[in-house]
Design a protein around this ligand. Structure first.
Ligand code: GLC
Length: 492
């Protein structure tokens, strides 16, 4: 670690938007949140909206392999614990935008983001996220030149809009606009009021703005206190406002400051013509590109290359609908479906066992790689015929957008961002296959339609061409964020 030689204001003055997040690819990624926070700032910077990111300093590989320089040091208080911390900046600006990490060893010097590599969640999450938010605000409060906007992502940073408004310690930030992006409303960060002593002091009259359902509720508090709130697709906002959503009352109440902005993808990282992680790059011939990459997968896994290949990539959790798959695949293969299936992802140990059992039964038709493996994921997008996403909830979904780019046809449940981005085969200019109900029968029917599509060569090629030509790059969505920023802070 190096000590900063330069006057702090020089480092901070080129930072209009500060993104505060638990994840940022490639530093730390557990899911789509990491992808978004790793890409959006880059595209914002390219459009002239200088942006930086701060996340906790985890003991992860990327962090260990890069050099950091100290920018600030201080102490935070969590009830009766006083924890020293430093804020450090990555020296080489590897990501194309300034990257800062909050080094709070007691809370984050661990080899996982939310859980250990063996899958055990950390039991001090309340302290971890409260500590992170306090460290960030203490650091920003002493800037000579403040950022124009604090952009908070998900519940881990959800108490920041409240803290800047109501904690005397951060009075210097009182008028700073805050934005909350909800990547996933299913995780709220709610915790018991018995942890109240870990909060920094706040104005007593504001207490209600922390409370929701008798808990301290970071997500609800952010929805109320942030200047603007957005979800990562317009469809997901509608779902969160619907009567069966736990956030419906709040979001309907705050409708005037809420919007949906569809995520983009990092078209530099996800480029089939240059991707170093795939066996064969795209040179203009779609069918050859698909066939060569599929052959590479089928060689590595025990799968028959003659069959249409349906892949699932993602966390094995109920939100992503992974638990529907063992039953669906078993029924399809018991009925001699001429298809091959491949699973890549980690999560629920029971699902892992179910997938291993299928592997033993359906040689050449089924295989699974139970791991998080970013480079293998690239190869699977390139070489699969279909990508299945049976999500129960999908705030945006990026995997269907990666699949488009690599000519892989998505089979998705009609929910949230999947409904917003995937047009069904029965519609004009289709982009994939959709099914409505979270049921084995509906998913099986979608697979049946996929096999029909696969065997109609002309339609298949037309489909592949159309989806590869789509442009879901961040440029458009970054413009939408800039419009959002301009609505709360002018001039920018
Ligand atoms: C979360 C959501 C996913 C979204 C991603 C990025 O992981 O589950 O749908 O695409 O965040 O916003």
């Amino acid at each position: 670690l190096f000590r900063s030689p330069c006057f702090p204001s020089l480092v901070h003055s080129s930072m209009k938007i500060l993104h505060i997040s638990a994840e940022c690819y490639p530093v730390a990624k557990a899911g789509g949140l990491g992808d978004v926070v790793g890409a959006l700032p880059k595209y914002l910077c390219a459009l002239g909206m200088s942006s930086a990111v701060i996340l906790p300093k985890y003991a992860l590989r990327w962090v260990k392999e890069h050099r950091f320089i100290e920018d600030y040091h201080g102490t935070i208080r969590l009830h009766d614990r006083h924890l020293p911390f430093t804020i450090e900046r990555e020296i080489d600006d590897t990501l194309g935008f300034p990257l800062f990490v909050a080094n709070i060893p007691d809370l984050f010097e661990r080899d996982g983001i939310y859980a250990s590599p063996e899958g055990y969640g950390y039991d001090d999450d309340v302290s971890r996220w409260l500590g992170f938010q306090q460290a960030v605000l203490q650091w920003v409060a002493q800037f000579w030149e403040k950022p124009k906007i604090l952009h908070c992502h998900d519940h881990h940073t959800g108490l920041i809009p409240f803290m800047v408004k109501y904690c005397p310690e951060y009075r210097a930030l009182k008028d700073l606009p805050t934005i909350l992006t909800i990547h996933n409303g299913a995780y709220t960060g709610a915790f018991s009021w018995r942890h109240i002593d870990k909060m920094p002091l706040f104005e007593a009259h504001a207490r209600n703005l922390l409370d929701w359902a008798d808990t301290i509720h970071p997500l609800a508090s952010a929805i109320r206190c942030a200047w603007r709130v957005n979800t990562v697709s317009p469809g997901y906002l509608d779902e969160l406002k619907a009567p069966d959503s736990h956030l419906n009352w709040l979001l309907n109440n705050e409708w005037h400051k809420s919007s949906g902005i569809l995520n983009g993808i990092d078209a530099q990282v996800w480029n089939p013509a240059t991707d170093p992680l795939i066996a064969h790059r795209f040179d203009g011939d779609i069918n050859r590109f698909k066939a060569a990459n599929k052959a590479a997968i089928c060689q590595r896994f025990r799968l028959d290359p003659e069959l249409p290949l349906v892949t699932f990539i993602g966390r094995l959790v109920s939100e992503k609908g992974a638990d529907l798959l063992p039953g669906v695949i078993e029924r399809a293969l018991e009925n001699n479906a001429k298809m091959a299936f491949l699973i890549l992802g980690t999560g629920d140990p029971a699902l892992k066992r179910a997938f291993y059992a299928l592997r033993d039964r359906f040689f050449w038709h089924f295989d699974a790689s139970i791991e998080y493996n970013e480079s293998l994921a690239h190869q699977l997008y390139a070489g699969s015929d279909f990508l299945i996403m049976p999500s129960r909830i999908e705030p945006c979904g990026l995997n269907q957008l990666y699949a488009f780019r690599y000519g892989t046809i998505p089979i998705v449940r009609s929910v949230g961002g999947l409904r917003d981005t995937v047009r069904d085969w029965s519609e004009e200019n289709p982009r994939g296959i959709r099914f409505d109900h979270f049921s084995t029968d509906d998913a099986l029917h979608a697979l049946y339609r996929a096999s029909l599509l696969y065997h109609d060569e002309q339609t298949l090629t037309g489909f592949r061409k159309r989806i590869m030509d789509l442009n879901f790059s961040w440029e458009k969505s970054a413009e939408a964020y800039i419009a959002l920023y301009k609505g709360v802070s002018s001039p920018l």
